[in-house]
Design a protein around this ligand. Structure first.
Ligand code: SAH
Length: 213
């Protein structure tokens, strides 16, 4: 797939907006600069790809706002080679940002149509996840655990505790917790049985749902 210079310019503007909004991790900013968001959006909406907004991707789901993608990526504190589990593949945009950061990504999506679409898209792109799985991610993905980082891209009132047990010592889980509005929350596994919990700003996500459809 070919990108064009107009979009490169728009992407630079988006990245500078994200900097102004407080994103400071240069690797994250570069990753957003290098992944063309229009490739992950519905054809009628691509002219909006570099607006800092969420947009529909079908099945009642959305591609996350670029600020949210940058914010979660920054909190994950990943480095090249890290093994990452993503719950909620959606459009695949956040997945590709993490791969651009050098991560080996395992990603799970519960909506069959979105799963199929993302699977097809990854075949055409240079960013390839290690695995894309159709299923309910609330139980994590034990077979490939433990992970350096786990990101949940849908909101949930309750912490799915299975996810904590799939972190390496020193591993980070970034998850939006809450019902109508979510507080971005990061758990760091400091030892086998101890987790350090931190809370950040409030966000609005589509809900994390159980079972697959
Ligand atoms: N990072 C994605 C966000 C998509 S929205 C993007 O920017 O495109 C969140 C996604 O999580 C939706 O596609 C939704 O279907 C999916 N989801 C919700 N509950 C899930 C679950 N239990 N397991 C896996 N995916 C889930």
């Amino acid at each position: 797939m070919n990108d064009n210079n107009i979009n490169k310019g728009l992407r630079k503007q988006l990245v500078s907006l994200l900097k102004n909004k407080g994103i400071i991790d240069i690797d994250v900013l570069n990753a957003l600069d290098n992944v063309p968001r229009q490739w992950f959006m519905e054809s009628g909406l691509t002219s909006h790809a570099y607006e800092d907004k969420a947009f529909p991707i079908g099945e009642g789901q959305t591609i996350s706002q670029p600020y949210t993608v940058a914010y979660q990526s920054q909190l994950l504190k990943v480095k090249s080679g890290d093994k990452v589990l993503e719950i909620g593949t959606g459009s695949g945009y956040q997945t590709c940002v993490l791969i651009e950061l050098g991560c080996k990504v395992f990603t799970i999506e519960r909506q069959r149509l979105l799963f199929k679409r993302a699977e097809l898209l990854f075949k055409k792109l240079k960013w390839k996840p290690k695995k894309i799985i159709f299923g309910d991610g609330t139980k994590g993905l034990k077979n490939n655990s433990p992970y350096d980082a786990i990101i949940v891209t849908a909101g949930t009132p309750e912490l799915p505790t299975d996810l904590l047990s799939q972190l390496k010592i020193g591993g980070r889980l970034v998850i939006p917790i809450g019902k109508n509005e979510q507080i971005m929350t990061r758990y760091i596994r400091v030892s086998k049985n101890e987790f350090n919990k931190e809370t950040f700003g409030s966000f609005r996500f589509v809900p994390l749902l159980k079972d697959k459809v």
